[in-house]
Design a protein around this ligand. Structure first.
Ligand code: CDP
Ligand code: CDP
Length: 306
């Protein structure tokens, strides 16, 4: 299966004549796709493998949505201007910490770093993934003033991550450029249209819903903390976890909103490599992408046999 896929990806690669083959600094990988298609975990593992920085652009829209909920803003009408102002003055930090490995039968262990999202110093990593944020985020992200504010945060975080990856890398003697992997909906089309490698990750709606349900169930054991912005608050009530069908409906509604909005809708960039990972293992998709990146950097692929 994968060898067929790898051949197709290579053919797509050869057809694209605009990419650069020479090693250079600042290699950008854009990973776009619908909700729960594996963008963020794949992007983190790819960044770890290549020694690149990583930016989860969705988490910035989620931070904006959390701020909206805290301000009782639930629509893009009144109040959205002040929300855009709030997010543009907020400090969003995405901290990557090397962590758990995915055990894969044929390809060994693959590190997927944990990501911590800080909003003005507060750890909001869990709070930005609640069902309330899931329901509102696509609406908030459809507003042009919010997108404009988030775009500046994205580019600044990318520049910081890129320079960190260039100065702190420990990747052996190869002439490896510094770089950044960013995932989202419009990274290859709007944020970094000149990205050296663009990936569009997709999977069937049911596979995506089941993966998200699995993730939520794994999180059930993690105790919910009191919100740091309100230490007087009583502990948060136990979350109600949705069924696979409910998750599928939520993902479908969010994808519909993301594809059909006016500003930077979710689209496949013409020069993107499309990977449907419904039947791929996690390691297969990660190594396919790292090998494509290595080829475009003028380096030998490492997993050409997968
Ligand atoms: O992880 P998941 O795919 O569920 O979503 P996410 O990447 O955290 O993104 C949450 C939402 O933010 C998306 O549904 C989009 O509405 C919005 N988003 C966007 O508009 N543009 C991006 N580059 C990233 C996210
Ligand atoms: O960022 P996005 O919402 O697109 O997806 P994610 O948060 O990375 O979640 C996708 C989940 O599917 C993660 O738990 C992955 O480990 C899992 N997965 C995958 O991404 N690719 C596969 N081929 C199999 C599982």
């Amino acid at each position: 299966m994968l060898s067929i896929y790898t051949r197709i990806a290579r053919r797509q690669l050869l057809r694209q004549t605009t990419h650069r083959l020479l090693p250079r600094r600042d290699f950008t990988i854009a990973i776009d796709g619908p909700a729960a298609s594996g963008k963020s975990s794949t992007a983190r593992a790819v960044a770890q493998e290549l020694g690149f920085g990583y930016i989860d652009s969705g988490s910035i829209y989620r931070c904006a949505t959390l701020l909206a909920l805290r301000q009782n803003i639930t629509d893009t009408g009144e109040g959205i201007g002040s929300l855009a102002d709030l997010i543009s003055h907020a400090k969003v930090d995405i901290k990557v910490r090397p962590s758990k490995s995915h055990q894969t039968p044929s390809l060994g262990r693959l590190a997927v770093p944990d990501v911590q999202v800080l909003l003005d110093g507060e750890d909001v990593s869990r709070e930005i993934r609640t069902p309330e944020v899931n329901r509102l985020v696509a609406k908030i992200a459809s507003d042009s003033s919010i997108r404009e504010a988030v775009l500046h945060i994205q580019r600044k975080l990318a520049a910081d991550a890129e320079s960190r990856s260039t100065t702190s890398r420990s990747v052996d003697a190869e002439d490896m450029p510094g770089g950044v992997v960013m995932d989202g909906r419009d990274i290859g089309t709007t944020i970094f249209p000149g990205a050296e490698l663009k990936i569009y990750l997709d999977a069937s709606a049911m596979a995506r819903a089941i993966r998200r349900w699995d993730e939520m169930n794994q999180m059930k054991d993690v105790p919910v903390q009191k919100p740091a912005h309100d230490p007087e608050a009583s502990a948060a009530p136990a979350a109600v976890y949705p069924s696979v069908e409910e998750i599928a409906r939520e993902l479908e509604a969010r994808d519909y909103a993301d594809i059909n909005r006016e500003n930077s809708p979710l689209r496949i960039a013409p020069d993107a490599v499309v990977i449907d990972n419904t039947n791929l293992t996690f390691a297969q998709q990660v190594y396919t992408i790292t090998d494509l990146a290595r080829e475009r950097m003028g380096l030998e692929p490492k997993h050409s046999d997968c």
